[in-house]
Design a protein around this ligand. Structure first.
Ligand SMILES: [Zn+2]
Length: 116
């Protein structure tokens, strides 16, 4: 499942940044090409047992933003949510399929014992 591999990638990035500290909250930004429901479901699965358990029980705070496309025809802009399948967007101008920007960004981590 695509969202599971995204979740695993996110978990790996979190673990690297956490440096062994226990993470209680992960903030991330996903573009509309990412299925945020699937990703939220996959995150605890990917986090379980990863990196010595530093992400176990961490909550995922996911912000969803529009994907952007820059097409070879010169069109550039935000894609409507129903335009994006996976990371492929269809140019509204010429109809060509292109790679939509975005995916998943790690915004921040909150560690155990830190104030919200
Ligand atoms: Zn185009």
């Amino acid at each position: 499942m695509h969202e599971l591999s995204l979740a695993e990638e996110l978990v790996a990035r979190c673990a690297e940044r956490a440096g062994g500290r226990q993470v209680v909250e992960v903030r991330a930004r996903a573009s509309t090409g990412v299925d945020s429901v699937e990703l939220s479901a996959a995150f605890p699965v990917a986090a379980a047992g990863a990196a010595g358990g530093v992400l176990e029980g961490a909550s995922l705070d996911l912000e969803v933003v529009p994907a952007r496309l820059t097409c070879a025809c010169g069109w550039t802009g935000e894609l409507p949510a129903d335009n994006v399948a996976g990371h492929i967007g269809i140019c509204p101008d010429c109809g060509r399929a292109g790679e939509a920007s975005g995916g998943l960004d790690l915004l921040g981590l909150r560690f155990a014992g830190e104030a919200k």
